[in-house]
Write a protein that binds this ligand. Structure first.
Ligand SMILES: NC(=O)c1ccc[n+]([C@@H]2O[C@H](COP(=O)([O-])OP(=O)(O)OC[C@H]3O[C@@H](n4cnc5c(N)ncnc54)[C@H](OP(=O)(O)O)[C@@H]3O)[C@@H](O)[C@H]2O)c1
Length: 258
């Protein structure tokens, strides 16, 4: 199989790091994007022909600089994995305006800008794959995750629309919707903020999500939910939202103290 050029955002930890390693193990040339340059350089040292590109994606002007640098180095982009993201969980009235703007910028505006920047490069060759890492939170809204839900629902809309817009010209746009993933910094932050705890048997490893992303790059599909059993929750939320409302209300009454 030929070596692809793959951009992975959020490659300095968690799912992004595991994904970069999984593409690297396949012999792909991986572009590693995140803010922590030391982490990217350390990872790049173990991935031949990879390129560490430190960038703060909350500054959405970075998208063009990143794609320009990749094209200058490799002349093409085969796969873009929009993975970098944060989730600041809290009651909506406790969220800080600056944090809200930064979360929307990173989780939603950055993938839009990166896809916009990469599209002409892929369109010229008539092929490419864009993989957006959304979340179950892109399908089901829950208390204390409102802004995160808004960004991940937004990413799902972007994915669906661009799939229909770009597919006819050879570019696949896929969404992946994982539930709880262990071994990430996101998980550590999340536990500090809220009381949600997923039973162990339902939690995913970063390697499982990374493998699913590599499989999507090989054989694009519109929509992957992990673990698959969460399709039941999605169906329930669509068919009986009142039931989920009642469960959520019980959680709010037990946890909200002010
Ligand atoms: N963990 C879960 O349970 C779970 C479940 C479903 C979906 N997801 C999604 O999976 C994706 C990856 O998260 P993760 O779980 O692997 O968490 P993570 O370990 O916290 O990784 C987040 C990555 O995003 C990067 N990042 C954060 N702010 C950035 C910024 N301003 N500019 C550039 N990069 C930035 C971080 O690197 P730097 O700090 O070095 O910039 C890091 O590499 C996110 O989109 C998240 O929403 C996670």
């Amino acid at each position: 199989m030929t070596s692809r050029v793959v951009i992975v955002t959020g490659a300095s930890s968690g799912i992004g790091e595991a994904t970069a390693k999984a593409f690297g193990a396949r012999g792909d040339r991986v572009v590693l994007v995140a803010r922590r340059e030391d982490r990217l350089r350390q990872l790049a040292a173990s991935l031949p022909q990879s390129l560490p590109l430190p960038a703060d994606l909350a500054n959405t002007d970075e998208a063009f600089r990143i794609v320009e640098a990749v094209v200058a180095r490799y002349g093409q982009v085969d796969v873009l994995v929009n993975n970098a993201g944060v989730g600041r969980y809290n009651w909506v009235d406790a969220l800080q305006p600056e944090d809200i703007k930064a979360e929307v910028a990173l989780n939603l505006v950055a993938p839009i800008m990166l896809t916009r920047a990469v599209a002409p490069v892929m369109l010229r060759r008539g092929r490419g794959v864009v993989i957006n890492v959304s979340s179950i939170a892109g399908l089901i809204g829950t208390p204390t995750t409102s802004v995160y839900n808004a960004t991940k629902f937004g990413l799902r809309g972007l994915t669906e629309a661009l799939r229909r817009e770009l597919q006819p010209q050879g570019i696949a746009v896929c969404g992946i919707y994982p539930a709880t993933v262990e071994g990430t910094e996101f998980r550590q932050n999340r536990r500090a903020n809220t009381g949600y705890l997923m039973p162990r048997w339902l939690r995913l490893s970063t390697a499982q999500v990374a493998q699913a992303i590599v499989t999507l790059a090989d054989r694009p599909r519109p929509f992957v939910v992990l673990p698959r059993i969460f399709r039941v929750a999605i169906l329930l939320n669509a068919l009986a939202p009142g039931l989920i409302d009642r469960l959520a209300a019980r959680m709010v009454r037990s946890k909200r103290t002010h």
